[in-house]
Design a protein around this ligand. Structure first.
Ligand SMILES: *Cc1c(COP(=O)(O)O)cnc(C)c1O
Length: 426
């Protein structure tokens, strides 16, 4: 069959199964079109997207401004490599550093690459600025973390599925419980070789674990006191998802971003990806001030595609959309409604035990074991009722729609979710 011919869902699934590595277990739905909060399958059925490609499509599917910027740049200049300058990169670098309030950006493509970049930057800073002896730097990470899939990153994962038989593992990481300030303090006191603390402001993949209100503030203060870099992985939580431009903004609602109000917890290194491009193109970034970023010299790190002109044009458009459409404010308001409605339902539910999250990054915990297939079956029923979501860790379902959703659509979705959950009440 020609790839241009219209294909049934069953045929598309069979084709992937036969020719693609089996490294994912997708929900059986084959999508062929997206617009705003909606996606359509090849049979023409419409669904609400409640995953948003793991929070990459915050600005909604095929946003005309983002796609327009991409097409225009694609017709002009796509890639030069960093062997030469291009006329878009500097413009983007100025834009993104002003936007987030850092001196410098190091552009990469995927989230995992940006995390790798941050780890390398942190180690190099530790040897050249902090004075740790070569090869002795330690970076503190958290139990339940998800930072990507490279060999180094899975070395400090505790997901056995992500780790097993991929060793030997990269050394130099200390794992502590998440949302535990005392454990962080003990780890910081345990050695003079601590270079950094890598943390997700909310643990998305682990099941949307939101830490105590003051966790990040206290963690940052401890890091500062120990001259240890506070590294925030906002690949999933960033770009308005949790109701402010970054999750480290806390409760700051300023529309001008980096007003750096009281609740802002300043990362020494900020890692962004996913919605930095609105899901149109792989764009990731590592941001830091000169005292840190300037340890990287020519030839010491790079990427052929990192900082390409399309990425720059797309990311500027994607960030402008966040401001123009008030996506932070919308995520905050709709998130409050979502949790309020689900909490009401949970009062009397036997199938759902808990809803948690911030902004429009939320999860519902299903009353069954992690090994059960109840959450998967609920997601299948949600699909049949016109809404796409995916379990994370067995009995937890993450709900993260595009942030361009309106209140009427959200209430429609809440009704689909509650009706579906009711089908599973015992
Ligand atoms: C998705 C994610 C990554 C990895 O991003 P990729 O683009 O898939 O490599 C890293 N950190 C967090 C917190 C993520 O959610």
């Amino acid at each position: 069959m020609s790839v241009l011919e219209k294909m049934s869902s069953a045929a598309a699934i069979a084709l992937e199964d036969k020719h693609g590595a089996h490294n994912y277990h997708p929900l059986p739905v084959v999508l062929s079109k997206g617009e705003g909060v909606y996606v359509w399958d090849v049979e023409g059925r419409r669904y609400y997207d409640f995953l948003s490609a793991y929070s990459a499509v915050n600005q909604g599917h095929c946003h005309p401004k983002i796609v327009g910027a991409m097409i225009q740049q694609a017709q002009t200049l796509t890639l030069t490599s960093r062997a030469f300058y291009n006329d878009k990169l500097g413009v983007y670098e100025e834009f993104v550093t002003n936007y987030f309030g850092f001196d410098k950006v190091l552009p990469m493509n995927t989230g995992a690459e940006a995390v790798e970049t941050a780890l390398k930057l942190c180690r190099k800073w530790a040897y050249e600025k902090k004075g740790i002896h070569e090869n002795e730097a330690q970076i503190i990470v958290c139990d339940g973390n998800f930072h990507g899939r490279t060999t180094t990153i899975i070395s400090f994962s505790n997901d056995e599925n992500a780790r097993k038989n991929f060793g030997p593992y990269t050394a130099g990481f200390i794992k502590i419980p998440y949302d535990d300030v005392e454990a962080l303090e003990a780890a910081l006191n345990s050695s003079n070789n601590i270079a950094g603390f890598l943390v997700e402001p909310i643990q998305g993949e682990a099941g949307v674990y939101t830490p105590a209100e003051d966790y990040l503030t206290k963690a940052k203060a401890l890091c500062a006191a120990h001259n240890v870099l506070f590294i925030a992985d906002e690949v999933q939580t960033g770009i308005a998802r949790t109701g402010s431009i970054l999750a480290v903004c806390g409760n700051c609602t300023c529309e001008n971003k980096c007003e750096k109000q009281a609740s802002y917890v300043a990362p020494d290194i900020l890692i962004l990806g996913k919605a930095l491009s609105g899901g149109a193109y792989p764009v990731s970034a590592v941001l830091a001030n000169d005292a840190i970023m300037n340890v990287i010299k020519p030839g010491q790190h790079g990427s052929t595609f990192g900082g390409n002109p399309i990425a720059g044009a797309v990311a500027i458009a994607a960030l402008e959309v966040v401001d123009e459409e008030n996506l932070s404010q919308n995520a905050r308001r709709l998130g409050n409604i979502f949790r309020e409605k689900l909490n009401e339902f949970i009062q009397t539910s036997t199938i759902a035990t808990l809803v948690r999250g911030k902004g429009l990054l939320n999860a519902v915990v299903i009353n069954d074991t992690e090994e059960s297939d109840t959450a998967w079956n609920i997601c299948m029923a949600l699909r049949d009722n016109g809404l796409l979501a995916k379990p994370t860790h067995g009995n937890i379902i993450r709900f993260a729609p595009p942030l361009v959703m309106n209140e009427e659509q959200l209430l429609d979705c809440v009704s689909i979710i509650i009706t579906t959950l009711k089908q599973f009440e015992k």
